[in-house]
Design a protein around this ligand. Structure first.
Ligand SMILES: [Zn+2]
Length: 608
C-alpha cells in the first residue's frame, strides 16, 4: 500500500514535470512568434566570427581610362563595381596604354571618350580580342574617324551623326531580375549612339519605344567577345546595369551579393505626425489620427502580411525642438504600444530614429541654408542625453527587444554623432542612411559595408510612395548588383505635397503595392530581413574574400572571411549549371543564378 502511494506520487511528479516542460516550450514558441527579432535568422556577428584568408587570383581585368570628365567618371564607377564584385583588376591611362599591358589579362574595360587617344594600340587591342579575349566599351565614345574605322568589328553597320535621346529601357532578354517591365528615363538627354547593328550582334537592352536604339549588345569578334554598353549613364543608380554588361563578357561570372529585402518605416512608432491634412480630409473625411489607425496602418500592415515583409520601425519619442537640458519622458505611450507591438508580433523590429527629429549635428554644422526649422545640438553631451532618454523609453516600452539599427533623422548625421553612437551606444550596430548621394544636399550617403569603427552601413536605396521611374531604375540596378532591396517610408509621406500627397492615399498605396508585387515576382526567393538581419547579412558580405579557379568541370571558389553562409550571383553565358558541392543554387533570371555557399570551398559544375 505504501509502495503504491509512492509510485502514484512519482507518477504525479512525472506528469507535473512534462506539463512544466510543455509550458516552457509553449512560452518559448510564443515568445518567438510574438517577437520575431529575438530569433533572428541572420545574426549580427563579432569580428572573431569570421575566419580564413584567401589571396585573390592575379588581376585579369584591365581598366583603360581617359583623363577627361567622362573617362574619370567611368573609371570611378568601374572601381566601385569591380571592387564590390571582388574582381581583381588593374588600371592604365589611355595615353600610356600599350599592348604590353595586356600580358596576363583576359578582359579590358574601355573608359575612353576619344578612341584616337589609343592610336595604333587600338588595333593591337582588337587583334588581342580576336585571339580569344573580351572587351567592354563602358560608354559610347566620340563618333569620329577612329571609332568609325573599327565600328564594323563591333557589329555596327550605321551611325547617325546626332546622339540618341533614350526615353526608356526595354530588355530584349530578361537577363536581370525584374526586367520584364520597361523603365522610363527621367530627364533624358542625348546619351547614346544611334546605331544599326548586323545580325551577329545579340542585343540585351534597347531603348523603349519606336527608336529601339541598342543599349547593351554582345558580338563575337574572332575567338573573342565584345560587349558594348551604349547607355551613357555613369552614376551610382546605374551600377547594376554596367555590372550586367560586364557579367556578359566571359563564359561565366560570379560575384558575392547580400540577398536581402528590408523595409523601414521611419518615425514609427511616434506621436501623431503633423502635416497637411486637406488630402486626407478630402479622401476619407477624418482627421490624421484616425486616418493612421483605420487606413494607413491597416493597408501597410496587410501589405506586409501578403508579401512576408518584416518592417523595421524607427522610434521618435517626441516631436520637440529641444536640444539641451533634461529630456522629459513621453508619458503618452498608447500609440507606441499599439503600433509597436503589432509590428513586433508580425516578425518586425524596432530601431532608433531619435528622441526628437533634430539630426545629430553640433552647432557649427552647416545646413547649407536648407532645413530652416532644424536646430543644432548645443553639445555632444546634449546629444548623448537625448539618446540615453530614447534608449530608456524604448527598453521600458519593449523590455524584450534589442535595438540595433539607427536611422539618422532626415538622413543627416555629423562625425560627432557617428562617433557618439559607436562609442556610447554599443547596442546600435548599424546606421541606415541613404545609398544614392544627393549632390545639392547635406545628407549622408553610404555603401553596403562595415566601417573601421565596426558600424555596419545598411543604406536605403529608395523611399516613399511615389516610386517614380528613377527609383524603380535604382531598385532594379541594385537587385542585380547586390541582390538587395531597401525601401523606407514615413507615415507623413502622404501628408506632404512634395512626396505625392495630392495623389491621394489610395493611389500612393496602389503604387507601393505595385512595387512590392514587382519585387516579389522579380526574385521570389530573396530573403525578407529586418534591419538587424540585414546588418548581419552585410557583415557576411563585407568580410568575404573570394578566390576563383576555373577547373575542367566548372568553377571552384575558395572563400576567406567566411562564417556560416555566403551568397553569390552566377551568370553563365556558355552552358548551364550542373552539380554543386558546398552550397545550393536557384534560378534568378535568364542565365543568372542565385548561389548559396554553406562551406568555404564551393564547387560548381558547368555543363555545355
Ligand atoms: Zn524621420
Amino acid at each position: 500500500m505504501k509502495r503504491n502511494k509512492k509510485f502514484r506520487f512519482a507518477q504525479l511528479l512525472e506528469i507535473l514535470f512534462v506539463y512544466l516542460l510543455l509550458f516552457a516550450v509553449v512560452l518559448s514558441v510564443g515568445r518567438n512568434v510574438l517577437y520575431g527579432s529575438s530569433s533572428s535568422s541572420v545574426s549580427i556577428l563579432g569580428e572573431s566570427d569570421f575566419s580564413g584568408e584567401v589571396t585573390p587570383e592575379k588581376a585579369g581585368t584591365l581598366v583603360v581610362w581617359e583623363d577627361d570628365g567622362t573617362g574619370r567618371e567611368g573609371r570611378n564607377e568601374m572601381r566601385a563595381i569591380l571592387s564590390q564584385m571582388r574582381i581583381p583588376w588593374t588600371e592604365q591611362k589611355a595615353k600610356k596604354f600599350t599592348a604590353a599591358d595586356l600580358k596576363g589579362i583576359d578582359t579590358v574595360v574601355l573608359s575612353v571618350t576619344d578612341l584616337s587617344r589609343l592610336g595604333r594600340n587600338l588595333n593591337s587591342l582588337l587583334n588581342w580580342v580576336m585571339e580569344g579575349h573580351s572587351l567592354l566599351f563602358l560608354y559610347p565614345p566620340f563618333n569620329e574617324g577612329t571609332f568609325l574605322s573599327i565600328a564594323p568589328q563591333l557589329g555596327i553597320t550605321g551611325v547617325e551623326n546626332a546622339l540618341a535621346t533614350v526615353e526608356g529601357l526595354h530588355f530584349v532578354k530578361d537577363i536581370m531580375p525584374g526586367s520584364e517591365r520597361d523603365l522610363s528615363i527621367t530627364d533624358p538627354y542625348q546619351s547614346s549612339l544611334e546605331v544599326t547593328l548586323d545580325d551577329s550582334c545579340e542585343v540585351f537592352l534597347e531603348a523603349a519605344g519606336v527608336s529601339q536604339t541598342p543599349l547593351i549588345w554582345r558580338r563575337p569578334v574572332g575567338k573573342g567577345v565584345v560587349v558594348f554598353d551604349n547607355m551613357g549613364f555613369l552614376e551610382k543608380a546605374y551600377r547594376g546595369f554596367h555590372c550586367a554588361a560586364y557579367s556578359l563578357l566571359e563564359d561565366s561570372c560570379i560575384w558575392p551579393v547580400i540577398n536581402g529585402s528590408t523595409w523601414y518605416i521611419d518615425d514609427f512608432p511616434s506621436p501623431v505626425p503633423e502635416g497637411d491634412s486637406q488630402f486626407i480630409q478630402h479622401e476619407f473625411g477624418m482627421d490624421i489620427r484616425d486616418f493612421y489607425t483605420h487606413h494607413w496602418w491597416k493597408d501597410v500592415y496587410n501589405l506586409a502580411k501578403k508579401y512576408n515583409i518584416r518592417y523595421t520601425g524607427l522610434v521618435i519619442e517626441d516631436y520637440s525642438a529641444q536640444v539641451d537640458g533634461v529630456f522629459p519622458r513621453n508619458k503618452d505611450i498608447q500609440r507606441f504600444q499599439y503600433f509597436g507591438n503589432m509590428l513586433l508580433r508580425e516578425g518586425g523590429e524596432l530601431g532608433f530614429h531619435g528622441y526628437n527629429h533634430m539630426p545629430l549635428v553640433p552647432e557649427n554644422f552647416d545646413y547649407l541654408g536648407m532645413y530652416d526649422s532644424y536646430r543644432q545640438w548645443v553639445s555632444v553631451d546634449a546629444m548623448r542625453d537625448s539618446l540615453t532618454e530614447l534608449d530608456g523609453f524604448c527598453h521600458e516600452l519593449f523590455p524584450d527587444e534589442e535595438f540595433h539599427v539607427y536611422v539618422p533623422p532626415s538622413n543627416i548625421i555629423s562625425e560627432e554623432g557617428r562617433k557618439l553612437l559607436a562609442e556610447d551606444f554599443p547596442e546600435i550596430r548599424a546606421i541606415a542612411s541613404l545609398y544614392l548621394p544627393d549632390d545639392n544636399d547635406v545628407s549622408y550617403s553610404q555603401d553596403f559595408t562595415v566601417t573601421e569603427d565596426g558600424m555596419v552601413q545598411t543604406p536605403r536605396i529608395i523611399s516613399g510612395y511615389v516610386l517614380d521611374d528613377y527609383m524603380r531604375t535604382a531598385a532594379m540596378s541594385e537587385l542585380y548588383f547586390h541582390c538587395v532591396n531597401t525601401h523606407f517610408q514615413h507615415p507623413d509621406d502622404c501628408l506632404d505635397t512634395d512626396r505625392g500627397a495630392a495623389l491621394g492615399w489610395t493611389e500612393l498605396f496602389r503604387r507601393l503595392t505595385d512595387y512590392a508585387e514587382w519585387l516579389h515576382s522579380a526574385l521570389p526567393q530573396m530573403r525578407n530581413l529586418t534591419g538587424s538581419e540585414l546588418t548581419g547579412a552585410v557583415q557576411r558580405y563585407d568580410a568575404l574574400q573570394v578566390r576563383r579557379e576555373d577547373t575542367a568541370r566548372g568553377i571552384h571558389l575558395s572563400l576567406g572571411g567566411f562564417c556560416d553562409e555566403a551568397w553569390f550571383y552566377l551568370r553563365i553565358n556558355e552552358g548551364r549549371p550542373g552539380r554543386i558541392s558546398g552550397g545550393s543554387i536557384s534560378d534568378a533570371a535568364d542565365g543568372l543564378y542565385l548561389v548559396k555557399a554553406n562551406s568555404p570551398e564551393l564547387e560548381i559544375e558547368i555543363t555545355r
